[in-house]
Design a protein around this ligand. Structure first.
Ligand SMILES: Cc1ncc(COP(=O)(O)O)c(C=O)c1O
Length: 415
């Protein structure tokens, strides 16, 4: 029986969500639209199968096809990222990072990552409330006052604390990361280097952001952001990693299963295989290039409209607006923008004087609107709507009017 007949209430909610996604502009940089092929794989019968273990080494029978599916995802990941080992089983980005820490560290050892308020992720050692900050000893670096990575300050901090693991790669950093500088710092203090490229993986494989593969021993990434795949994640072990420890691949696999997880989600793994096939195409390269072009077009027009951006712009898919000049906090702005059909998330800016629940910034990105086929012209329009919506934040009538215009644009770029 169909979902509609079995559970009409739920079917209706999904339909409404689909309509919301169709009629609004998805500008949250970590969101994207997975292709129909990816969605078919995720919604397939593979969700029925248990397969604890790894291909040809399972604890359940009935693996003839799922072994081949997981192997396909692994081989595609290795080829695309040019690495000798890939684990495609992490349920998502956070468990992928947890598995790396489990593989490399004992509880209580030091990990060094970027502060949440500077653009790091919760799993990079955010103190007290996260597993990474509770079970390990976090050392947190920050961006400089100008919003850029300050490699000298990072080196100084690393020399002082001598962490066992250094984490680079971010959630809200709009600039190129100079992996070689992190590699030099890690070498100096004898630390492992992990690059979390969850946000920029699609840009990395398309060559529009430098690859950390020659510099980091380990790379983690989600598969649902610029990579445009299903919700999931991968851990990649580089040649450098294997040179440092020939057992590293084994340690990672053991940390994922049985260390942290049980049965892998084979439907997601199949979705990863599909997205990696798509990401290897010339079209994907063009797509990733367009993401960056769109972000830069958006930056240009936002600046024309009087907005101040952290670091003054972007090199990737992501933009951080500092709204203090507009006299509105990020949360209020995000709510107002949503009422106008522009969906972003509120975000802290570096050294934010306001608390994370009501920060001074908003974070936006271009992967999803680029997936819809929008280009620089549409970005210009979006920047105008931003200004209009924030200026007329007290006028429901004005916000409704923008919402209608947004909807009309969205109609021209169906999902
Ligand atoms: C850099 C980075 N790492 C890890 C994660 C965690 O991924 P997930 O939400 O899939 O657990 C995110 C998610 O936003 C991220 O941006």
């Amino acid at each position: 029986m169909s979902l509609k007949n079995t559970d009409p209430k739920l079917a209706e909610l999904i339909k409404k969500e689909q309509q919301r996604q169709q009629e609004t502009l998805m500008l949250i940089p970590s969101e994207n639209y997975a292709s129909e092929a990816v969605q078919q794989a995720v919604g397939s019968c593979l969700a029925n199968k248990y397969a604890e273990g790894y291909p040809r080494r399972r604890y359940y029978q009935g693996q003839a096809y799922v072994d081949q599916i997981e192997q396909l995802a692994i081989e595609r990941a290795k080829k695309l990222f040019n690495v000798p080992h890939a684990n495609v089983q992490p349920y998502s980005g956070s468990p992928a990072n947890a598995a790396v820490y489990m593989a490399l560290l004992q509880a209580g050892e030091k990990i060094m990552g970027m502060k949440l308020s500077s653009g790091g992720h919760l799993t990079h050692g955010h103190p007290k409330i996260t597993f990474s900050g509770k079970f390990f000893q976090p050392v947190q670096y920050q961006v400089g006052k100008d919003g850029w990575l300050d490699y000298q300050a990072i080196e100084k901090l690393a020399l002082k604390h001598r962490p066992k693991l250094i984490i680079t790669g971010y959630t809200a950093y709009p600039r190129i990361v100079e992996w070689q500088k992190f590699s030099a710092i890690a070498k100096k203090v004898g630390a492992w280097l992990m690059a979390d490229i969850s946000h920029i993986a699609g840009l990395v494989i398309a060559g529009v952001h430098p690859s950390p593969v020659p510099y980091a021993e380990l790379i983690t990434t989600t598969t649902h952001k610029t990579l445009r795949g299903p919700r999931g994640a991968m851990i990649l072990v580089t040649q450098k990693g294997l040179q440092k420890d020939s057992q590293l691949a084994k340690k990672i696999d053991r940390a994922v299963f049985p260390g942290l997880q049980g049965g892998p989600h084979l439907n997601s793994i199949a979705g990863i295989a599909v997205c990696l096939k798509q990401a290897a195409s010339a079209n994907f390269k063009k797509y990733a290039q367009q993401i960056v072009k769109n972000a830069q077009a958006l930056v240009k027009e936002l600046i024309n409209q009087g907005f101040e951006l952290v670091t003054g712009g972007t090199d990737n898919h992501l933009i951080l607006i500092d709204l203090r000049k507009q006299g509105v906090d990020g949360k209020t702005a995000a709510v107002v923008l949503e009422a106008a059909g522009l969906v972003v998330n509120y975000n802290t800016i570096p050294y934010d004087p306001n608390p994370p629940r009501c920060p001074s910034g908003i974070r936006l990105g271009t992967p999803a609107v680029t997936s819809r086929g929008m280009g620089e012209l549409q970005m210009k329009k979006i920047a105008h709507w931003f200004k209009q919506a924030i200026d007329s934040r007290d006028s429901t009538k004005e916000l409704d009017k923008i919402k209608k215009e947004v909807k009309a644009l969205c109609r021209k770029y169906p999902l």
